[in-house]
Write a protein that binds this ligand. Structure first.
Ligand code: VGL
Ligand code: ZN
Length: 194
């Protein structure tokens, strides 16, 4: 039977206040995401959490000519999921950004612990619809949602479950618009009708 999966993108310490690449109000997404987690557990629907999982040496970091400060290095506390995220043990964890030559923004570049790509994992679970939240709206959430739309998933973005880096002040709004253009709907968690 066709089902819906919750995809939580990169809700990690380094993207939250106090982290090395803190998204302004990154932790403000937690109540909405926890509500979505509760809903999906009630329904018995699959939950996937992606994590940015970089090696120390990667072209993704300014130290190697890339755009970003060092963040979410494998096995560091900055790479841990935020402790306020109520992830069940049953959640699938997928990791991305391990390639030293790629940014790995999209969760569709992520692999589970058996090296199964996200798209294949979702296919094996007969998932056709995705509810997406997490960090950051203008990078990994956007890349994930655009890939999902291209791959033919029905996509719902949690309006109150995402937050933007906003290197430019409009980046978050532009990303929301791009996701809508690609076919995603954008709704607050209390308006989810699943
Ligand atoms: C992200 C910048 C660099 C993200 C990851 O998770 O949105 N942004 N690496
Ligand atoms: Zn990164």
């Amino acid at each position: 039977m066709s089902t819906t999966a919750l995809i939580l993108v990169d809700v990690q310490n380094d993207f939250c206040p106090g982290g090395s690449l803190a998204v302004p109000k990154g932790d403000a997404v937690l109540p909405s995401l926890n509500q979505a987690l509760f809903l999906f557990q009630q329904k018995g629907w699959p939950i996937v959490a992606s994590r940015d999982w970089h090696p120390q040496n990667t072209n993704h970091f300014q130290s190697h000519g890339g755009p970003w400060p060092v963040h979410c290095v494998q096995y560091t506390s900055g790479a841990s999921f935020h402790s306020g995220l109520e992830l069940p043990c049953s959640a699938y964890i997928v990791s991305k950004g391990m390639d030293e030559t790629a940014d790995g923004y999209s969760a569709f570049e992520a692999l589970d612990e058996t090296s199964t790509p996200l798209a294949q994992l979702l296919q094996s679970l007969d998932v056709h619809r995705l509810v997406v939240g997490g960090l950051a709206t203008d990078y990994c959430v956007k890349a994930t949602v655009l890939d999902a739309c291209r791959l033919g998933f029905e996509v719902i973005v949690l309006k109150d479950g995402v937050a933007a880096v906003n290197l430019q002040p409009e980046d978050g709004d532009k990303a929301i618009e791009a996701m809508r253009q690609a076919g995603a709907s954008v709704v607050p968690v209390h308006e989810l009708s699943l």
